[in-house]
Ligand binder design. Structure first.
Ligand SMILES: Nc1ncnc2c1ncn2[C@@H]1O[C@H](COP(=O)(O)OP(=O)(O)OP(=O)(O)O)[C@@H](O)[C@H]1O
Ligand SMILES: [Mg+2]
Length: 442
């Protein structure tokens, strides 16, 4: 039997802030078909230009949401609480100059718990806890900011999207049980009815993801409504979507993700200090770097006799810029280059194909997407030519986030502390899925 050493809680106040349901703001939202499956397509939101931040200049922001100078709303946030236009809800902020995000500390109990967690981690010498430091985004203390007329307490963390040109982001909430030991019956019931298809089978769920879709040059965002419909099969599709698998599964990317996941998994298998409820693993990578890797593969196709035929970036640029046979009027949109998964001799070597597309005045959306894609390709070629893109730059992050419901085992248990089986179950399944994806790379 367990007892709680924490002071008694006031009755659980249902959070009034709305969780992330879609995206904050975009220049254009469409529901056009995509190369993704019908299931995913019915939930996706396409942003044809990079998501932009809401700032003080946004006229739709209520007075109570006015953000202090030097901060903007977090543009690449995929889950959790956000500034909801027309309400007083407060979400994540981003500092414009120091590469930090600021998370509103939330209810007093959650705030105290999460801040205590980070502070303890800063000062601990406990060798069982120390590895955890590598698995979290750097904690930079707390900061009180005036949002409208309110003083709001924020937790400051390293912004993991900082320096990433085209961030692909997925929030994976760990554990079948997402309610903490202090949750009311009502809260418990609500949590148990969410994301059931996924949580109850694979022990984790996906409250949000964003991908910079390489094939179309657009951002695609999937919110919690998409996540709630996923099951043990479709969740694999969600991971593939996140990884831009329709442009080619990238071994280098999956290996980087797995290396980080294995380290977390190894620690979770033995640690008995914490129980993590409703905590997530946040995975972020740069689609621009991924595109560069996939393009490099295209530039080294094999000859029929199996030799690798390489093409210099300059040749590649020339070839891309010079009009092809069928596209002398390409700026009017008659030619399009696509990277496909079609094999040329070897199943691992994608080939560049050119396909003619029919365009009418009513297909402006396609036109915009193609223009974006052309710009992407052009940027990529310039990167390759002048070596701007630092190949040593970190382009993949895998971190544990959200510790508002994390408890020290000694706070909630009388008996022998145990490993966090709830979290463990989730990460074991997650690792398995990425390992399966790795096998599919060959
Ligand atoms: N360090 C970070 N860098 C970049 N993005 C982050 C970082 N931490 C969080 N995010 C973004 O913010 C989202 C929400 O974060 P988090 O889960 O910590 O907040 P929350 O769910 O609103 O919090 P709570 O459940 O405590 O109310 C994540 O899904 C992610 O998109
Ligand atoms: Mg969260």
């Amino acid at each position: 039997m367990s007892h709680l050493k924490l002071p008694p809680l006031p009755p659980y106040q249902k959070q009034q802030r709305k969780s992330y349901a879609g995206f904050v703001r975009s220049t254009s939202v469409q529901s056009t078909p995509s190369p993704t499956s019908n299931f995913a397509t019915s939930f996706q939101l396409i942003v044809t230009a990079p998501t932009s931040s809401l700032t003080n200049t946004n006229t739709k922001m209520s007075n109570d949401q006015k953000i202090p100078v030097g901060f903007v709303t977090m543009d690449h946030q995929v889950a959790g609480h956000t500034f909801h236009v027309g309400t007083e809800e407060i979400g994540m902020l981003k500092s414009v100059d120091d590469g930090s995000v600021l998370k509103p500390a939330g209810s007093p109990m959650c705030a105290a718990r999460e801040i205590k967690f980070y502070e303890q981690l800063l000062t601990t010498t406990d060798k069982d806890i120390l590895p955890l430091r590598d698995f979290i985004a750097e904690y930079r203390g707390t900061q009180t900011l005036a949002v409208g007329s309110k003083a709001v307490n924020f937790i400051k963390l390293r912004d993991l999207t900082h320096g990433i040109s085209e961030p692909c982001v997925i929030d994976i909430k760990m554990g079948r049980r997402t309610w903490d030991p202090l949750a009311t019956e009502q809260k418990r019931e609500a949590e148990e009815n969410k994301y059931v298809g996924c949580k109850n089978t694979v022990g984790f769920c996906i409250p949000g993801l964003q991908t910079h879709h390489i094939a179309s040059g657009t951002y695609k965002k999937f919110g919690k409504e998409y996540g709630k419909k996923l099951n043990q099969n479709t969740v694999k599709e969600a991971l593939r979507l996140f990884l831009n698998a329709d442009s080619g599964l990238c071994r280098q990317l999956i290996m980087q993700i797995l290396t980080n996941l294995w380290a977390i998994q190894k620690w979770i298998r033995t640690q008995k200090v914490y129980q993590f409820y409703s905590s997530s693993i946040l995975i972020i990578y740069d689609a621009r770097k991924l595109r560069q890797i996939l393009e490099a593969k295209v530039r080294t196709p094999t000859t029929p006799d199996g030799e690798i035929r390489s093409e210099s970036p300059l040749n590649s640029l020339q070839n891309q810029l010079k009009p092809n046979r069928s596209s002398s009027n390409s700026l009017r949109g008659s030619g399009e280059s696509l990277n496909t998964l079609e094999a040329s001799g070897s199943p691992t070597v994608p080939k560049t194909v050119y396909r003619k597309i029919q365009r009418s005045h009513s297909s402006m959306n396609n036109y915009e997407q193609e223009m974006q894609k052309m710009k992407d390709n052009y940027t990529l070629m310039l990167d390759n030519l002048v070596g701007v893109y630092d190949s040593n730059k970190e382009w993949v992050h895998v971190k544990m986030i959200d510790f508002a419901h994390t408890f020290n085992n000694n706070e909630i248990s009388d008996g022998q502390p145990t490993v966090d089986k709830n979290y463990l179950d989730g990460i074991e399944h997650l690792v398995e899925m990425f390992e399966e994806l790795l096998k599919q790379c060959d």
